[in-house]
Design a protein around this ligand. Structure first.
Ligand SMILES: [Mg+2]
Ligand SMILES: [Zn+2]
Ligand SMILES: [Zn+2]
Length: 975
């Protein structure tokens, strides 16, 4: 197995099929639109002809004699009454029409040009480039020719009316040419164009005066050279467009005459594909196995959409033939032809822009050939790249702070549907029997058993007791999921490793999956209706691998940036902030309540005795209970103060986002790296429960009143905005007087824009600062912004101060009408208001114009995200396809399926980002690490001293080691 390589595919060729090939592979010609006769048997030469294959079990295929299941089905064919265009090739057809002669069908290139493009094609093929670029250039060159270089026939332009109509457009002499000439000879006094007499015209055009008079009277149609002369002399246009519709049969005749050599210049292999095959004369009918009919409960047959479409095609095809034989007028024939074209087109693709889709009687658009293949649910992305899987469940998620971050709450109905295989041995036989005797409906039950002879039996309410007695060593029991089982949990889009993690099951009532909120960041999940998938693992290897490698606690550190991605979020942060910011005091009951959901079952020594003689515990001391006893840490915290932890005791600082938060919370990060994942899991779990108790103790809510400011503050803000407007006005005036000096490297216009932007952004900041002064420090919005729980001071500024400048593409809003953004402003108004500065706050409310500008700015963001997600999704699918067969081997190499080495060491350096510390502000404390290693290595202080006392013999290199260290060049992470 190790060395089995996939089969090498030498090459794949694509080409068109010849009508004769369609007929040859056809099992039968289809001539009637009827499917079944009155007795329910398929009609011969109908769409359900038994020669097309069988779907009903028991019946025999009339072509190959096999039964349903082993017969893949056989194609039939319809002889089309008239040729129709294949929608898949409309662009190529247009290109060929434009590039070849309408008379002799040769490519409109001279011998030299043709050689040149042929060489280019050859080159592109060798270099593996896109041939399309060359053929497009060749057609562009050919289109330039007015006349055929071979038969000198005049060439016309080709108009393509989507989807499948082509016209030849030619410029011909307008029918009212004499009026146009006479009108132009009148002159135009206002425009300063003088009158022209016939004599003058004759002189200018060098046409005989008699002819001129004949032309003016309309009795002589000027020849082309004469027309051009008159047009030039009078500066008019005497032509009109004449369009000539090309019927598919015309195009087919045209293409049939294109010589093979010319096809090669266009990169088409004439042996495999002739252009006239793009015009269908025979339509292949897919086998019934590709469009099976369904028998409903009431015995009625429901046909596949493709069958419906084929019925339409055959009906129209017949009507067309009948009408033609009856000698119907050309107009009717053309209408029917168009209808036939429409049905064949929508049979192949029912989502063509500009064409109404063919619909079912219910109004639902039919799902035809291309709809089966295209898109997310199509054959490629829906059935080949991705498929439905067994042992999986999907439902809505909801939060449960009482769970561990390692756990997942699984609804009981899911737990009793999804099973784990138990290999029954002497040791677990009693347990296995218990499961079986509970039956399939009671919760820890079993759904199936497998006897040692391999027979699978379904456990039912009726047979469960009996079966339980029979179960013995050697049997297999498919038992329900129970608490502690390991399952894989996933949220899409699965963009990184932590999108799929292993959780331990906790079976719960109700219908949703429950998660601890601290695992929201790695999954990018919230609870506004998000759904997630669960996969039950089916063998011991998978379960062991999941437990060791994939469990949530093993993913606390992100391989993306090497710091913790799991940590306290939102209310946890607010709670920790409230608990530690002013280091509040708690009495015994309160302290116990705070720690009730943690492992701590005994309070530490009280922090002190209050004035009434009662003992109290401070927030610091309560929090410190969660820390490892020997943790030492010192860093600058979220709020800007120093956080100091000595011997597992918080001495200084506020615990907030940078301390215990999701992306690189210092304490979580350190605990994970120093004390391991299990300790970190316990810490994160406990921090989140402690924080929840704390936030409940203090109470925390936010309302609109928290964002309103006193009137005098509002007045000051208005004043600031007024000032800014004045300053902008001054800048504009200076600019208009030409007194504005341009900044280096900028034009005057750019300088003005920059200065205006600066002024206005300063104004918003000032407004924000004024608003800020009026918020207390215990304002909940301020607490959230300060602690990093949610929101920012900018959000507050915009709610209470001013929303500020709206921007599209990083500039003030400049689009809209000519020289102005909205019709409410004078043209070329450069003021703040006219370019999207919103001086109101969200609480005071936006004016209609401000609202409109705000929507413009907001739209950009929405479009950006929409475009980004679809682009990155496509990129990811391509990457997955390209890398899917690469595998990291146990020898450390990365290889593909044919054992070719792609990387000698994973990631080229064999380094795991999780095990690397980096970052400027994150110097590695080498001394501390060394101390720790020494501590664990030597039992007694004497041994340790002895070890440290050993001086290595100085070598040439290390002689100066001490000196260098003295200069402060300790090794930092950047080295
Ligand atoms: Mg959501
Ligand atoms: Zn068959
Ligand atoms: Zn020609």
């Amino acid at each position: 197995m190790q060395n089995s390589t996939p089969k090498d595919i030498g090459s794949i060729n694509f080409g068109l099929m010849e009508p004769e090939e369609y007929r040859e592979m056809s099992a039968t010609k289809i001539i009637t639109a009827d499917t079944y006769d009155d007795d329910g048997f398929p009609i011969d030469m109908g769409l359900m002809d038994p020669r097309l294959g069988v779907i009903d079990p028991g019946l025999e295929c009339k072509t190959c004699g096999k039964h349903s299941g082993s017969c893949n089905g056989h194609f039939g064919h319809i002889e089309l009454a008239a040729p129709v265009i294949h929608v898949g090739f409309t662009k190529l057809i247009r290109r060929l029409l434009r590039g070849t002669c309408r008379e002799c069908s040769r490519l409109l290139l001279t011998e030299d040009e043709r050689e040149e493009f042929y060489d280019k094609i050859d080159e592109s093929r060798k270099l593996g480039r896109d041939l399309n670029d060359v053929t497009k250039a060749a057609i562009r060159q050919a289109r330039k020719k007015d006349r055929c270089p071979f038969c000198s026939e005049v060439q016309y332009d080709i108009d393509h009316e989507k989807p499948t109509t082509y016209y030849e457009v030619q410029q011909v002499l307008a029918s009212e040419y004499s009026q146009r000439i006479a009108g132009a000879m009148q002159g135009d006094e206002e425009a300063g164009v003088e009158r022209t007499t016939p004599d003058e015209l004759a002189e200018k055009t060098e046409i005989d005066i008699g002819r001129i008079n004949e032309i003016l009277s309309g009795s002589f149609r000027p020849r082309e050279s004469q027309r051009k002369a008159i047009e030039k002399a009078l500066d008019i246009d005497l032509t009109e467009e004449d369009t000539n519709k090309l019927m598919p049969s015309d195009i087919r005749d045209w293409f049939e005459a294109i010589p093979d050599e010319d096809m090669e210049v266009l990169g088409i292999n004439p042996e495999r594909s002739r252009p006239e095959w793009m015009i269908l004369t025979v339509l292949p009918v897919p086998p019934v196995t590709a469009r099976p009919s369904i028998t409903l409960d009431n015995g009625q047959r429901s046909e596949d959409d493709l069958t419906h479409k084929l019925v339409d095609i055959i009906r129209i095809n017949q009507r067309f033939m009948e009408n033609r034989e009856a000698g119907a007028p050309q107009l009717i024939i053309e209408d029917l032809w168009e209808l036939l074209q429409y049905h064949v087109t929508t049979f192949m693709d029912n989502e063509i822009s500009g064409t109404p889709p063919a619909r079912h009687r219910s109004g639902r658009p039919l799902k035809t050939l291309s709809q089966r293949l295209k898109g997310k649910e199509g054959r490629f992305r829906g059935s080949l790249s991705g498929k439905r899987v067994n042992f999986s469940a999907r439902t809505v998620i909801s939060p449960d702070p009482t769970l561990s971050l390692n756990e997942v709450g699984v609804p009981d109905r899911v737990a009793s549907e999804m099973t784990q295989t138990m290999n029954v041995t002497e040791r677990n036989v009693d347990e296995a029997r218990r499961y079986v005797s509970n039956g399939p409906e009671a919760h820890p039950g079993a759904n199936y058993v497998r006897r040692p002879d391999g027979r699978r039996l379904k456990v039912t309410e009726k047979n469960c007791e009996q079966l339980a007695e029979k179960v013995d060593a050697g049997w297999e029991v498919n038992r329900h999921l129970v608490d502690g089982d390991i399952v894989i949990f996933n949220r899409q889009p699965s963009l990184h490793r932590m999108s799929i993690m292993a959780h331990e099951v906790v079976v719960m009532p109700y219908k949703t999956f429950r998660l601890n909120t601290v695992v929201c960041p790695p999954y990018n999940a919230d609870f506004d209706g998000d759904e997630m998938n669960m996969h039950a693992l089916q063998n011991e290897e998978a379960r062991a691998e999941a437990r060791v490698l994939m469990r949530v606690q093993e993913q606390i550190l992100s391989p993306r940036f090497g710091e913790n991605i799991i940590g306290a979020i939102q209310d946890h942060i607010s709670g920790m902030y409230l608990l530690t910011h002013d280091n509040p005091r708690f009495n015994e009951t309160q302290a116990l309540d705070l720690l009730r959901a943690t492992r701590i079952d005994e309070l530490p020594e009280p922090s002190g005795i209050d004035d009434e003689g009662e003992p109290f515990w401070t927030g610091y001391d309560v929090f410190s209970e969660l820390l490892p006893d020997d943790l030492n840490l010192e860093f600058t915290g979220t709020v800007g103060d120093d956080v100091v932890i000595e011997d597992g005791q918080l001495l200084e600082g506020t615990i907030a986002e940078d301390e215990v938060g999701e992306f690189g919370g210092e304490i979580v990060d350190t605990i994970t790296k120093v004390y391991g994942n299990t300790r970190a899991r316990i810490f994160v779990n406990e921090v989140s429960t402690l924080a929840m108790r704390a936030i409940m103790h203090f109470g925390f809510s936010i309302g609109i009143d928290d964002e309103t400011i006193p009137e005098e503050a509002q007045a000051r803000i208005d004043e600031t905005i007024e000032d800014a407007n004045d300053r902008v006005e001054e800048l504009i005036e200076a600019y208009e007087r030409g007194e504005l000096e341009s900044l280096p490297g900028r034009t005057i216009d750019e300088t003005l824009e920059m200065k205006i932007m600066q002024t206005l952004s300063r104004a918003r900041d000032n407004a924000g600062n004024i608003a800020d002064e009026h918020f207390d420090n215990d304002n909940p919005a301020v607490v959230m912004a300060e602690s990093g729980a949610r929101g920012s001071m900018l959000n507050l500024t915009q709610m209470a101060g001013a929303v500020g400048q709206q921007a599209v593409r990083g500039e003030r809003i400049n689009r809209g009408y000519e020289d102005r953004t909205l019709s409410h402003y004078k043209p070329n108004d450069l003021s703040a208001e006219a370019h999207g500065f919103v001086e109101n706050s969200y609480t005071s409310g936006l004016t209609p114009r401000e609202f409109f500008f705000h929507a413009m700015g907001g739209r950009e963001g929405l479009v950006d995200t929409a475009v980004r997600t679809s682009k990155s999704g496509y990129l990811q699918r391509r990457l997955i396809n390209a890398l899917s067969e690469l595998e990291a081997q146990y020898d450390g190499t990365v290889r593909d399926t044919s054992d070719t080495i792609v990387q000698f060491e994973f990631g080229e350096d064999g380094t795991s980002p999780v095990k690397v510390s980096s970052g400027d502000e994150n110097d590695i404390d080498v001394e501390q690490i060394a101390d720790r290693v020494l501590d664990s290595e030597f039992e007694s202080e004497a041994e340790r001293q002895e070890f440290l006392g050993i001086k290595a013999e100085p070598t040439n290199l290390s002689e100066y080691a001490d000196d260098r260290l003295a200069e402060g060049t300790e090794v930092t992470s950047d080295d």
